[in-house]
Ligand binder design. Structure first.
Ligand SMILES: *[C@@H]1O[C@H](CO)[C@@H](O)[C@H](O)[C@H]1NC(C)=O
Length: 94
């Protein structure tokens, strides 16, 4: 666990408002989701964004790669050479 979060400094010039990296404004304390399966919050000094998709950890990284399905916000792990084959995953973290 632990949560994969990062912070974007407040770039807005207006009071009680945050501006994200795309220049979109969000009111203070509002929560929104991004296309990359992150949930962002407008706080007092910064925007914090946390990943909401569980990340696969235990798999053969030489042979396999993880792919994020942005519609369902889940990862699948498939073989690099043959993406039709899924790989065994022993652990997931959020
Ligand atoms: C972001 O910074 C501006 C300018 O300093 C400030 O007016 C505004 O209240 C800040 N936004 C938040 C959500 O704190």
């Amino acid at each position: 666990g632990g949560g994969q979060c990062y912070f974007i400094p407040n770039q807005s010039l207006k009071p009680n408002e945050c501006q994200d990296l795309k220049g979109v404004s969000h009111p203070l304390n509002s929560v929104w989701k991004t296309k990359d399966c992150e949930e962002c919050t407008c706080g007092q000094d910064a925007i914090s964004c946390c990943n909401t998709a569980a990340i696969p950890t235990g798999y053969d990284t030489n042979k396999c790669q993880k792919i994020l399905n942005k519609k369902t916000c889940t990862y699948t792990v498939v073989e690099k050479k043959d993406p039709g084959k899924t790989c065994d995953v022993t652990g997931w973290v959020l």
